[in-house]
Write a protein that binds this ligand. Structure first.
Ligand SMILES: Cc1ncc(C[n+]2csc(CCOP(=O)(O)OP(=O)(O)O)c2C)c(N)n1
Length: 319
């Protein structure tokens, strides 16, 4: 599959936006502008970007506690996302969702989810609604290797396959569930083999290669739209940062982190672009500067936005 040059550059921009958005979010966090904690996606940008570029705007996604990347990759506005992280009234969920619970129905994002494995059944429900409404939409469930040990994963895989629903299961295997290596919590080496138990095709890919992610997702989504049933993609990747913003990271070595940083998906795409004469250093610098400006504006928008009104505290909240 040939990917046109313009699309490659757009994917580069999107990955840069996610990376710089999160670096700025971390900066705001250390300045006490963001409360609670955050789970950063830095290092995993190629997965969300490659998959979401293979989707239509109105296709559904469900996201995880590490959800900023999915949200932006699906096309959410950077300023409204930043405002949500700061708990401002202008944010996507009027400041009540915060980092872990952003939803944006305009772009089909049914929500990040603090419950590990909590998004998977929602994706199956969304796919069922697409089937019943015959609108040809697909649903993508992003989840981690840790979530694949949850009952919701198995129930969702089973039902989606039994009913041949248009769900793409995307496992972002970054090797750890908080501090626990996947290898210590699981009897299998690869999550992908679990699809066999549900009579579902699966594939293992390099999650740090956005072009491979895009091609695999594009082919999978075409099959889903033809009614061929669900599929599982296991994208091998790594998070550069700790599990959450205060993680002392004593469960992994600095050498391991450095090894994976050499496989940084953004640097890798940058090299590919230069080596294949898709753009010059100067052209990339202009694009990177544009991203910096967008992030600056988003930060200013978020900082200048009003706090939610206390009278709205219980509005739009369901339990
Ligand atoms: C149902 C549930 N159990 C436990 C937790 C605590 N918890 C938060 S993140 C996490 C690990 C998730 O690992 P993984 O799914 O691999 O995602 P990653 O953090 O690696 O992206 C756990 C156990 C939770 N939030 N929800």
């Amino acid at each position: 599959m040939e990917i046109n040059k313009d699309l490659i550059l757009q994917m580069y921009d999107r990955m840069m936006e996610i990376r710089k958005f999160e670096e700025r979010a971390m900066d705001l966090f250390t300045r006490d502008k963001i409360r609670g904690s955050m789970h950063l996606y830095i290092g995993e940008e190629a997965v969300a970007t490659g998959v979401c570029f293979a989707l239509n705007k109105d296709d559904y996604i469900v996201s995880t506690h590490r959800g900023h990347g999915h949200c932006l990759a699906k096309g959410a506005r950077i300023d409204l996302t930043m405002a949500e992280l700061l708990g401002k009234a202008t944010g996507y969920c009027k400041g009540k969702g915060g980092s872990m619970h952003i939803a944006d129905l305009e772009t089909g994002n049914l929500g990040a989810n603090g419950i590990v494995g909590g998004g998977l059944p929602i994706a199956v429900g969304a796919a069922l609604s697409a089937r019943l409404q015959k609108n040809n939409k697909v649903a993508v469930a992003f989840f981690g290797d840790g979530a694949s040990n949850q009952g919701t994963f198995h129930e969702s895989m089973n039902l989606a396959s039994a009913w041949k629903l248009p769900v793409l299961f995307v496992c972002e295997n970054n090797l750890y569930g908080i501090t626990v290596p996947f290898s210590e919590a699981s009897a299998i080496k690869d999550v992908a083999v679990r699809a066999r138990a549900y009579n579902m095709p699966s594939v293992i890919i390099d999650g740090n290669d956005v072009l491979e992610v895009y091609k695999t997702a594009k082919e999978a989504v075409e099959k889903l739209r033809k009614g061929e049933g669900p599929m599982l993609i296991e994208a091998k990747t790594y998070r550069h940062m700790g599990h959450y913003t205060g993680d002392p990271q004593i469960y992994r070595t600095k050498e391991e982190v450095e090894e994976w940083k050499k496989k940084d998906p953004i640097k890798r795409l940058r090299c590919y672009i230069l080596e294949n004469n898709i753009a010059t250093e100067e052209e990339l610098a202009v694009r990177e500067k544009r991203v910096d400006d967008v992030i600056d504006q988003a930060e200013q928008f978020a900082l200048n936005s009003p706090e939610p009104d206390a009278a709205d505290l219980l509005n739009d909240v369901f339990a």
